[in-house]
Write a protein that binds this ligand. Structure first.
Ligand SMILES: Nc1nc2c(ncn2[C@@H]2O[C@H](COP(=O)(O)OP(=O)(O)OP(=O)(O)O)[C@@H](O)[C@H]2O)c(=O)[nH]1
Ligand SMILES: [Mg+2]
Length: 441
């Protein structure tokens, strides 16, 4: 370990931590995990825009990024940072591998005779679409097939699944590869239309498994079909070789989980997209183990005892609608929170923006003054002002989905400051970081 550190000439001897906080940064694809991690590191190192955190902690700290360990790929903060520091920065690419980053925080004691406290904050970033695969670990091919076929027959999905459903009904005259193609086209189509509950992950984004025959399967109900056994075999292989390996390597040891939720996408997409995301987040939640609070589990197999649900991209929401945005998050997660409460898991819900890419402004709409956001829309060069629509006071009234025509646009990121002593503008990142650290420092 120390040889390794010496090799890359890290420049200082790394102190042993008094405590390590292991955080799984989870959320569906494009929910904002990678941007969150980049901003988090940027904020902690600069510590110039975290008033809430500093006030709550009551002690000063310095943060440093530690070199990678040998198991995980490194979260490449510095190349992301240099992209963000450009004059016209762009958002990072979708994540294709599991990466880890460790930030070491050194808290100075307020008393000269007491030593500093050292906390390692380990954070793991995932490709969003892999997370849903973890559900397959608990499902046999038969169970998975029943579940997926029932889902495909739902009214809202039939328009995408029709061709594939027809192909697997009755006597099948398509090849195994053709069936795979139809099913994966259906999944890609769902994804393209804003659905979150899609998968298996490698069917949507094959990555290094492009053209791998292991993928040539799809859900089937008819056990008498000659290809049933073959599909079952490939499913079992996929679960064993792809999903289980991922789980064993990357999903076991956490004490805290952040679940990022992209509510902006649901507001644009409407009730179906909201309900589908709800289903998908519940799916992710199933894959992690919760509730520790006992001596044995603390030592042998960490279990998550703290879950933070965080709605990202809050810079799309005018200031006056923040409360309504938090209520929408609570609407999304209420049943999951209830389940976690039963397991004595501490839950929180919050909203934030990693990179505040808009300004709050007022503008006249049909002669009425309304609160808007102003930023540079992706694909444009000059800033423009946007009124995204009005979030309701009460989400119980389902009419809101019908009436609410929301039009959230995608904004370009603002540039990160060029010095390490200045962090990028954010919304409530200091509260989120405090939630990660509280009770532990
Ligand atoms: N305006 C704004 N947009 C954001 C913010 N964070 C993320 N986004 C948008 O959300 C997109 C996805 O963010 P990522 O951090 O790459 O999402 P992810 O969860 O890592 O996605 P995967 O790697 O595909 O799983 C970005 O490309 C931006 O368009 C934010 O703080 N403000
Ligand atoms: Mg990512």
């Amino acid at each position: 370990m120390f040889n390794f550190i010496k090799d890359i000439n890290f420049g200082f001897k790394i102190p042993t931590p008094d405590k390590t906080i292991k955080v799984a940064v989870t959320g569906l694809s494009q929910s904002g995990k990678t941007v969150f991690l980049t901003s988090l590191i940027n904020q902690l190192i600069a510590n110039d825009k975290l008033p809430f955190l500093n006030e709550k902690l009551g002690r000063s700290f310095v943060a440093r990024l530690l070199p990678p360990d040998s198991v995980y790929m490194r979260f490449d903060y510095y190349s992301k940072l240099s992209e963000f520091r450009k004059k016209n920065p762009i958002w990072p690419k979708s994540t294709k591998a599991v990466t880890k980053t460790t930030i070491q925080l050194e808290f100075k004691s307020n008393y000269a005779f007491l030593e500093s406290q050292i906390i390692n904050l380990e954070l793991v970033d995932y490709p969003g679409e892999w997370l849903l695969d973890l559900m397959m670990l608990d499902l046999s091919f038969e169970e998975w097939s029943n579940h997926m076929i029932d889902l495909a027959k739902e009214k809202k999905r039939v328009k995408f699944s029709k061709e594939w459903l027809e192909a697997i009904a009755g006597d099948i005259d398509k090849s195994e590869e053709e069936l795979f193609d139809l099913f994966s086209e259906y999944q890609k189509n769902l994804y393209y239309h804003g659905y979150s509950y899609v998968g298996p992950g490698r069917f949507v984004e094959a990555g290094d498994m492009q053209n791998d025959p292991i993928l040539y399967f799809c859900p089937l109900k008819d056990k008498n079909n000659s290809i049933y056994e073959q599909f079952k075999k490939r499913y079992d292989l996929y679960v064993k070789e792809v999903v289980n390996r991922l789980y064993l390597e990357h999903f076991r040891e956490f004490d805290t989980q952040i679940i990022l939720v992209d509510l902006i996408k649901t507001l644009n997409g409407g009730e179906e997209i909201f309900d589908d995301m709800h289903l998908a987040i519940k799916g992710i939640l199933k894959s992690f183990t919760y509730g520790s609070n006992n001596f044995i589990s603390k030592f042998f197999d960490l279990k998550i005892d703290h879950v933070i649900f965080a709605a990202s991209k809050a810079d799309h929401i005018p200031l006056s609608q923040r409360e309504a945005y938090i209520r929408l998050l609570k609407e999304m997660i209420w049943d999951m929170k209830q389940e976690l409460d039963i397991k004595h898991v501490d839950t929180e819900s919050t909203i934030f923006a990693s990179v505040k890419s808009t300004q709050y402004v007022k503008a006249k709409l049909n002669g009425v003054e309304v609160d808007c956001v102003r930023g540079i829309v992706v694909g444009e060069d000059e800033p423009s002002t946007h009124f995204p629509g009005l979030l309701p006071k009460d989400y119980k009234d389902k009419n809101f989905w019908k009436e609410g025509k929301f039009n959230f646009v995608s904004f370009k990121p603002i540039s990160f400051p060029s010095k390490d002593t200045n962090a990028v503008d954010h919304i409530r990142m200091d509260r989120l970081i405090y939630s990660l650290l509280k009770d532990r420092v």
